[in-house]
Design a protein around this ligand. Structure first.
Ligand code: HEC
Length: 161
């Protein structure tokens, strides 16, 4: 049989064990609350979402520098070697038309470029100057007027009064 003393000792031990348990619970809950203050969304426990693959529509055809029938559509320049150098250097300040409506030989084009450099703040073209002058003298030379070559092999007939 248990003595009353023993039973008292037992319940005291039970209570102290309970207190210990409650204390541990407090520590756990308290720790968790402190952690929540630092990381409220518990992000440390969430795995990164898988990156979803988004189907990207193929880019629309870039026709900024489209060439059709031998003509650079955006500027009207004739297709040829040096075209893009001319487009990049000669359409910044004025319309390409100012260039394409002119006809000069190499010397004339060089003088025009020099004139623009001296009076219109055109930059030093460096090695591109030869490319540009060659292109212009080739496609915008004095003899070449208009959009088509002169007709040949025409059978003329005399008008009779
Ligand atoms: C820094 C600006 C600038 C650039 C770049 C430029 N020009 Fe000019 N250009 C001018 C100005 C300004 C005029 C005069 C425009 C006007 O009279 O309305 C001019 C006029 C012209 C003329 C007409 C000249 C005349 O006698 O009427 C031609 C041709 C010409 N430029 C060709 C070119 C060529 C070829 C290039 C490329 C190498 C070029 N330009 C690049 C500024 C520029």
């Amino acid at each position: 049989m248990e003595t009353p003393g023993n039973s008292f000792e037992q319940s005291a031990r039970a209570i102290s064990r309970m207190m210990g348990l409650i204390f541990v619970m407090f520590l756990l809950v308290g720790g968790f609350l402190v952690y929540l203050m630092i990381d409220p969304t518990l992000s440390a426990f969430q795995s990164e979402p898988e990156p979803t693959l988004i189907a990207v529509a193929p880019p629309e055809e870039d026709d900024f520098d489209k060439i059709e029938n031998g003509i650079h559509l955006r500027t009207g320049f004739v297709e040829g070697e040096g075209l893009m150098t001319v487009v990049n250097n000669c359409t910044n300040c004025h319309s390409a038309k100012l260039v394409t409506q002119n006809r000069m030989d190499a010397d004339g084009w060089r003088k025009t470029i020099k004139w623009m450099q001296e009076t219109q703040n055109l930059w030093d073209l460096g090695k591109n100057e030869d490319i540009i002058v060659d292109y212009l003298a080739m496609y915008y030379a004095p003899g070449k007027k208009g959009r088509r070559q002169n007709l040949t092999n025409i059978e003329w007939y005399d008008l009779e009064e």
